[in-house]
Design a protein around this ligand. Structure first.
Ligand SMILES: [Zn+2]
Length: 212
């Protein structure tokens, strides 16, 4: 689920002491690998979504607490929301578009602005990237026998988010940049047809936040 804000809000539901960039970055889970326009990174992003929460509780014991909690929350929310999103859109592009629409709704409601007006590359920037990256690379090596650099994906993500959101209304420039990494639907309009579907998703999200 490449939805940034839904994951951040969900990660904030338990312990306010952990609120901050490490929690929010963790809450992006393995999605950060999707920001690298490279099959190896995409594949690992997909594979990491197949591991269970209990796997991660074991694998990520040595990660900083904020990042750890955020990451677990990512997997939890994916598990809870994907079946609902898939009722409406199971095909991956439409699924993603629907998630961006949902982020827009959450942004208007929780932050009071449009999703594209937020400086995501700052919100997700952590001080402790070395520690997180070292631990993550170790997991990738041990579990998948693969040499992929977490920090590279992280930097790519920040860079791309900056390109995308620095000048949110300069769509001509942005749409050119978008093509560089294969995305052409980052600020999709909410279609009339989707309003009820998004309302349903929001109701389910609220229930999950309240712990149903
Ligand atoms: Zn995900």
């Amino acid at each position: 689920m490449p939805s940034i804000l839904a994951h951040i809000i969900y990660s904030m539901k338990d312990n306010y002491k952990l609120w901050g960039p490490e929690l929010y970055l963790g809450a992006q889970g393995p999605d950060i690998f999707f920001y690298v326009n490279n099959n190896k990174y995409r594949e690992i992003g997909n594979k990491l979504h197949e591991l269970s929460i209990s796997d991660y509780k074991e694998l990520m014991k040595n990660f900083p607490e904020g990042y750890y909690n955020g990451f677990i929350s990512h997997m939890e929310l994916d598990e809870k929301l994907h079946p609902i999103i898939n009722i409406y859109y199971s095909e991956s592009k439409l699924h993603t578009k629907f998630e961006y629409n949902f982020d827009e709704i959450l942004s208007l409601r929780f932050i009071g602005n449009h999703f594209i007006e937020n400086k995501w590359w700052k919100i997700l920037k952590v001080n402790n990237i070395e520690k997180i990256s070292t631990e993550f690379n170790r997991v990738l090596k041990n579990e998948f026998k693969i040499n992929i650099d977490f920090k590279f994906a992280y930097k790519k993500m920040l860079k791309n988010l900056k390109l995308l959101f620095q000048y949110p209304y300069l769509k001509i420039i942005i749409s050119k940049k978008l093509k560089l990494f294969g995305i052409d639907y980052l600020y999709p309009k909410i279609l009339e047809n989707d309003i009820d579907k998004l309302k349903h998703l929001e109701e389910e999200f609220d229930k999950i936040l309240e712990g149903d």
